[in-house]
Design a protein around this ligand. Structure first.
Ligand SMILES: Cc1cc2nc3c(=O)[nH]c(=O)nc-3n(C[C@H](O)[C@H](O)[C@H](O)COP(=O)(O)OP(=O)(O)OC[C@H]3O[C@@H](n4cnc5c(N)ncnc54)[C@H](O)[C@@H]3O)c2cc1C
Length: 430
């Protein structure tokens, strides 16, 4: 079904674009459709990048409350959907103080690493990579936890789950609290927690979300991240002060949990070819339209930039969205990006199965690292395939360790401190 192009809505309440999503996609949303405080669209992405100042980032990245103390950039929804590329964000912090710049770039490298991993092992990133799921020590709280793994009567869980559900975005620190509370302390199935987080995040990606959960729960390194009152007192002390359970805190002490047994994981984790897509445009015919995907919704999308006179087409994948049941906030974010693309050139928006909708058309598109895209594009007539803007082109080396991968990937002159924060061995490191 062809949909009208979403309206450009620069009002504060964004009522028009919310109404558009409710009318055309509301049946696919998991909640009442509303707008997040992070606005979608290229102008909002460009404004966020122009305002980016990472001074103090290294010290403040993990701050949670007060919000004014946070050092996080909130660029992730734009990066996730290709409105900002990793190379452009990397370049933007070139003049920042050394320590902040290196820390920030290290995090961009985590994003790139998760994409390389996804490009290499595909959906196998959803199964334990190197160690089984964590095991609560018998007799400890985790072995007897019952009820919601994210209990809202704890002020720290209430604030964090509330922000996830109401705004669709969290700082890295509270994502770790949630993952650890769910999988390590409550001993619940991490795949269900990962799904619940993914569904609500504006930046939800199978690449980064699964890496985040794998590392927090110890499946990536064999070292679990333990969540306890200590982090809350350090990062958001006002939460403990107002908590009804402050004198009977269920997370007062460190969780008693150990990582699971070693697993073989994906065979190619230790090395093997990675499909990184073409390095130059692959042209086998004359395209008639540019197929845009949720990975690349920026005005600088390589295929769009190469074929500015062709109509662009975006298909909301109805069967996929029905299965994912995403939050309406993500759909608003996507609609805002499309609205802007539609205001600067011809754009068709459809709600359909992309393969059924696009078959028979000669397409130009941008390669992406996502298995679902590979499957769909193989069934379509892609006659102009444009390269993905990698930060580091995937190689064939081991992806077992982020640090080792990052050391290999840092080109001369770009050497940053590697060994990303989640690789630390101590549960108390943060
Ligand atoms: C359990 C868990 C789940 C996560 N799920 C996602 C997800 O679905 N999508 C997602 O993009 N990120 C995810 N992350 C990574 C990280 O938390 C977010 O990218 C970051 O919090 C986004 O906020 P920001 O843009 O302010 O980040 P900043 O701290 O300002 O960092 C700048 C950019 O670097 C990248 N980045 C930063 N930290 C990480 C990281 N640890 N791993 C990968 N990339 C990083 C992001 O692209 C981010 O936008 C997850 C982390 C954990 C622990």
């Amino acid at each position: 079904m062809r949909l009208p192009t979403p309206p450009v809505d620069r009002s504060d309440d964004r009522a028009q674009v919310v109404a558009w999503v409710r009318e055309h996609l509301g049946h696919l949303a998991s909640d009442d459709v509303r707008a997040s405080s992070v606005r979608g669209g290229q102008s909002a992405a460009d404004a966020a990048l122009a305002a980016l100042d990472v001074t103090g980032y290294a010290a403040r990245r993990s701050n949670v409350l007060p919000e004014s103390s946070r050092g996080a950039s909130r660029l992730s929804p734009y990066i996730r959907h290709g409105l900002l590329t990793l190379p452009s964000v990397w370049e933007a912090v070139g003049d920042a103080p050394y320590r902040d710049r290196e820390k920030f770039r290290d995090e961009l490298m985590w994003q790139e690493y998760s994409r390389h991993l996804y490009a290499r092992v595909g959906k196998a990133n959803g199964a334990p990579l190197r160690f089984e799921t964590p095991v609560p020590v018998p007799g400890s709280a985790g072995s007897t936890w019952s009820g919601d793994p994210w209990p809202r009567e704890m002020a720290c869980m209430d604030a964090t789950v509330g922000e996830l559900v109401e705004d669709g975005w969290l700082v890295n620190q509270t994502r770790m609290w949630l993952a650890s509370q769910w999988a390590v302390r409550a001993g619940a199935d991490w795949r269900e927690g990962e799904q619940r987080m993914y569904r609500n995040l504006l930046d939800g990606s199978r690449a980064a979300n699964r890496v985040g959960w794998q590392w927090a729960a110890g499946m990536g390194t064999g070292k679990v991240y333990g969540f306890s009152r200590w982090q809350v007192e350090k990062r958001a002390p006002q939460l403990c002060a107002r908590c009804a359970l402050r004198d009977a805190c269920p997370v007062q002490d460190w969780p008693e949990a150990q990582s699971g047994a070693k697993v073989d994981g994906p065979a190619d984790l230790g090395g093997g070819p990675t499909d990184g897509g073409p390095t130059e445009p692959l042209l086998t015919g004359e395209p008639e339209a540019v197929w845009l995907t949720a990975e690349s919704l920026g005005t600088d999308d390589p295929a769009l930039a190469a074929h500015p006179d062709l109509p662009a087409v975006f298909v909301f994948d109805e069967p996929l969205l029905a299965a994912l049941a995403l939050s309406g906030k993500r759909l608003v974010f996507l609609a805002e990006a499309l609205a802007e693309l539609g205001s600067s050139g011809e754009l068709e928006v459809h709600l359909a199965d992309p393969v059924a909708e696009l078959s028979g058309r000669r397409l130009a598109t941008t390669w992406t690292y996502v298995p679902g895209w590979k499957k769909r594009s193989a069934a379509l007539d892609v006659v102009a395939l444009h390269p993905w803007p990698w930060l580091r082109r995937p190689g064939s080396g081991s992806l077992r360790s982020f640090s080792a991968w990052a050391d290999r990937s840092h080109a001369g002159g770009n050497r940053g401190r590697s060994g990303g924060s989640r690789g630390r061995s101590s549960q108390r490191a943060r």
